[in-house]
Design a protein around this ligand. Sequence first.
Ligand SMILES: C[S@@+](CC[C@H](N)C(=O)[O-])C[C@H]1O[C@@H](n2cnc3c(N)ncnc32)[C@H](O)[C@@H]1O
Length: 256
Amino acid sequence: MDERFKTLPIPPVELRRWVGPFDDATEFAESGRNTVRALTEMACLRSNDAVLDVGCGTGRVALPLMNLLDDEGRYDGFDLSVPAIDWCRGAITSRRPNFRFHCIEARNEAYESSSGPTAACVSFPFASESFDLALITSVFTHMLDDAIDNYLAETARVLRRNGRMFVSLFLLDAASEAAALTGSARLDFRHTFGPLRSLNATCPEEGVAIEHSDFAERLRRYGFVPHGPVHFGNWRDRSTQGTNVYLQDLLVARKT
Ligand SMILES: C[S@@+](CC[C@H](N)C(=O)[O-])C[C@H]1O[C@@H](n2cnc3c(N)ncnc32)[C@H](O)[C@@H]1O
């Protein structure tokens, strides 16, 4: 591990809030380290991997990766938020030039982004087969049906053969339905939008969940196979607090 960055920069509170309830800077840093731990354990992250971070936000994962990816590896993150990308370039690329950040245009109601193409039409600004590992954390949770398909297709395009895709999202199944019925789930996706369900009746992109079987079928359609078991997050059951630090469900799929 590279020990050059023992003290990592922390984005200001308004940029931490952009990616989650992170008023507390320590929680922001810890959640990034937890995601990197899951990437290492579930997706076999290597120090020389070429890593793509789809919807990278304010560097929650990029920051702890600064100490894991060496100079043989590289990281590219992209997002629609200009302030988030500007901060990441200033705080991260200035220290690690092989960490690059890109701003794209895409519409997303939940992120007050109304210009550019819909996410269903976005092309990732990268060459085909140029990454070993893609992470998409808490991004499908803010996307609608056709956009999810397009981002899976684009991720498959830019990954090399056998490349891994690490995803965090909300998966609906019999267990989550039972938890919602008994009131033991932390989140209630009660509004139906086509094949998806949302927390919010008027702005579905605020919080999206998808049937597990539907997502598994989409993975197959875009040439992915499961890589290890799904790790179910604690959003499904309040009683798991403390034993499972991940709110969202985590899975890894491999491009065939
Ligand atoms: C909940 S945050 C998660 C950020 C980051 N992945 C993380 O785990 O910390 C969702 C992010 O997705 C970005 N986003 C939303 N729609 C997007 C799109 N179509 N393409 C790229 N990024 C998008 C938002 O700007 C925001 O930074």
